[in-house]
Design a protein around this ligand. Structure first.
Ligand code: GAL
Length: 663
């Protein structure tokens, strides 16, 4: 895995003092010419500094094969520049035009069940199609050459949300590219047979040419084939990103290149920790998902994005001013939420706050998605809120460029474990990797403890306490790394279904939790997943769901922190901690949820010497994030919070408010 913090980051190509950028996707091609001047005027009124332009403009820029129409884009670029607004110019390759798919239907993706994804929406292209690649790069080349020296151009925006709709393609192109990828990974078909365990179910391959993507099969497709297809699919899109980027760097070496990641919710197919080294600066899109942990999930994603960016500032490319249009029910943001959402991203390292989109569409699939300038126009509470946010960001300009301050606690986030732990034919199909990690994050927020969500390839050794929920895939090297870190005084906490398999999804033998068994000083012969609605009680009063383990304590110096009181494992250990020199290794064998984890945390934080940085009475009600010398206090509640116990802070933090001060 690439360590993103080794990458040299480059921010926007623009003069002037550091600032927090503010803006949106701008789609002027959806509007008549006379609207554009109003747009620029209103952008200035709102404090917009940057827009992402031409994201879905391929059909307009190249209306016929090889015929280009740049006149309108020239005019928009000039208008924006005259208005002092910078442009993050898209390469416009996200949605192929109708002429291309008519002439070359072979670029259309194919689903697992063999259905074609037809044009009519967007992103209907195969990541591995040579025909698509050729046409896309031709457009990129034209755009880069034309706008290389345009003074408005400050960054390139490759494609858009690569993989949002087309990551898993099972076409013949994908099959060919998958075989090439497998040859590179394994070298010989024997090595592949070993890795995939093809002795099982008569799956032995004699030749790479026999291999297919895991298309709809009679039963569970080979698990390592599925895992490798996930790795391959992430790599195939990364390869597209690199192809566009390399071309852009050749033509405009001085213009930084980015693409918008989607670190949010259950968006798991793209391994962004692995992609981060490919861009000059990391960008992310985030939309709030309704639910009791909605606010915490936003913070979790922003935090993870900041760590994917290696602690350097990153660009929030999209979020929403209010409602989205793609949930079953799309609820408007409450007063204060617009600014709180935006500033939470800033607190975790965003130096740009942008939205989808500038002007709310009148037609098309996203006409009910909020924007900076709503259907109601500039005379609206929403637009006034947007303008106030623009002003706030101007005041916060001194923050721009500052790095996130590392926390004492790290939550390990591992795409390989996410992919593998949730595959089929497992002890339960109810396990949700991200949810378990998020529950720990919520519990830490409730306890007033700052934590970093950090990719498994990141600087794990820098933390005093590492929480690795469902760290399912543990290759030998990672096990050795964790052993050495704990021996040197690190404190590790891990959970059910961790340490179980190696990088080939082969079980570590001798009893669970396999690769972590000796470190934890426990041994498990059988898993004890729980049925829906079943729960167990622990002797500390906590309730466990989803999973239990039949734990035997085998190692020296293992303390039982909680036992099962009910259920099949009654009287057995439920939570253990082994002391290892100055360090320790703890194991939580059931799903406790945020409340249960909150009860457990003091017993894990204390020995690791982790204490809160906030006065105890603020714990839970506010979230603390630190960039450089700037403290961000984010009100997690709908009530004002008295901050007088905190020197340097304002006296009161308004409901859903964010206070920023130096400390
Ligand atoms: C993103 C996308 C935007 C817009 C937005 C709406 O996935 O990049 O183009 O569709 O969602 O929420």
């Amino acid at each position: 895995m690439t360590e993103s913090n080794e990458t040299t980051r480059r921010w926007l190509r623009r003069a002037g003092s550091a600032r927090l950028e503010f803006g949106a996707d701008y789609n002027p091609d959806q509007w008549p010419r006379e609207v554009w001047d109003d747009d620029v005027r209103a952008m200035r009124e709102a404090g917009v500094t940057i827009v992402s332009l031409a994201i879905f403009s391929w059909a307009r820029l190249e209306p016929r094969d090889g015929e280009y129409d740049f006149a309108w884009l020239d005019e928009v670029m000039d208008l924006l520049h005259a208005g002092g607004i910078a442009v993050d110019l898209a390469t416009a390759t996200a949605s192929p035009p109708p002429w291309l798919t008519r002439r070359h239907p072979e670029v259309l993706p194919v689903t697992r069940t063999g259905e074609i994804l037809w044009p009519g929406a967007r992103q209907h292209w195969r990541p591995t199609s040579p025909v698509f690649r050729e046409h896309a790069l031709r457009l990129v080349s034209e755009l880069a050459t034309r706008y290389a020296d345009h003074p408005a151009l400050v960054a390139w925006h490759v494609n858009n949300e690569l993989g949002c709709h087309n990551v898993y393609d099972y076409s013949d192109d994908a099959a060919r590219a998958f075989r090439v990828w497998l040859r590179t990974r394994y070298g010989t078909v024997e090595a592949l047979n070993h890795a995939w365990g093809t002795a099982f179910w008569s799956q032995r391959y004699d030749d790479f040419e026999e291999i297919l993507p895991p298309r709809l099969a009679a039963s569970h497709p080979n698990p390592t084939q599925q895992l490798d297809f996930k790795r391959f699919s992430s790599d195939a899109l990364k390869d597209h990103l690199r192809a566009e980027r390399d071309l852009l760097r050749r033509i405009t070496p001085e213009v930084p290149v980015t693409t918008n990641f989607m670190v949010m919710g259950e968006m798991k197919p793209m391994n962004y920790a692995d992609w981060a080294a490919e861009v000059d600066f990391v960008s992310n899109d985030h939309y709030v998902l309704p639910g009791p942990q909605a606010r915490d999930e936003l913070s979790f994603s922003a935090n993870l994005t900041g760590n994917i960016a290696g602690g350097e500032p990153w660009f929030l490319m999209e979020h929403s001013t209010s409602a989205v249009n793609w949930q079953p029910v799309n609820v408007a943001k409450k007063p204060g939420e617009l600014a709180r959402d935006s500033l939470t991203h800033v607190a975790h390292g965003a130096d740009a706050v942008c939205f989808f989109q500038w002007r709310q569409s009148r037609a098309g699939a996203e006409k009910y998605h909020s924007a900076m300038l709503p259907h109601a126009g500039t005379d609206s509470d929403l637009f006034r809120g947007v303008a106030r946010l623009g002003e706030r960001l101007r005041e916060l300009a001194p923050i721009a460029g500052s790095r996130r301050r590392r926390a004492a606690v790290g939550i390990v986030f591992d795409w390989e474990s996410w992919w593998t732990a949730e595959q089929d034919s497992h002890p339960t199909d109810r396990l949700r990797y991200k949810q378990e990690a998020l529950d720990w994050y919520t519990a830490l927020l409730d306890a007033g403890i700052r934590a970093d969500v950090v990719p498994a390839g990141g600087p794990l050794e820098e933390y005093r306490l590492l929480i690795a929920p469902v760290l399912h895939v543990v290759p030998a090297a990672l096990a050795a790394r964790l052993d050495a870190w704990v021996a040197a005084g690190g404190h590790l906490v891990t959970t059910y279904f961790s340490g179980i398999v190696d990088e080939n999804d082969h079980v570590w033998l001798g009893g669970y939790p396999g690769a972590l068994r000796d470190l934890l000083g426990i041994r498990i012969e059988e898993f004890g997943p729980l049925l829906d609605g079943e729960s167990v009680t622990l002797d500390d009063g906590a309730t466990g769901t989803l999973w239990t383990d039949r734990i035997d304590v085998t190692g020296p110096d293992v303390e039982v922190l909680a036992r099962y009181k009910t259920g099949e494992q009654a009287d057995r250990a439920a939570v253990t901690r082994r002391r290892v020199g100055a360090g320790s290794a703890a194991y939580v064998s059931t799903r406790l949820g945020p409340d249960g984890l909150a009860g457990l945390l003091p017993r894990l934080l204390g020995p690791a010497g982790v204490t809160g940085e906030l006065p105890a009475e603020l714990g839970g009600r506010v979230e603390l994030a630190i960039r450089g010398d700037h403290w961000f206090l984010i009100n997690r509640t709908d009530q004002p919070v008295d901050l007088r116990a905190l020197p340097g802070a304002p006296e009161v933090l308004e409901a859903r408010g964010v206070a920023v001060f130096t400390n």
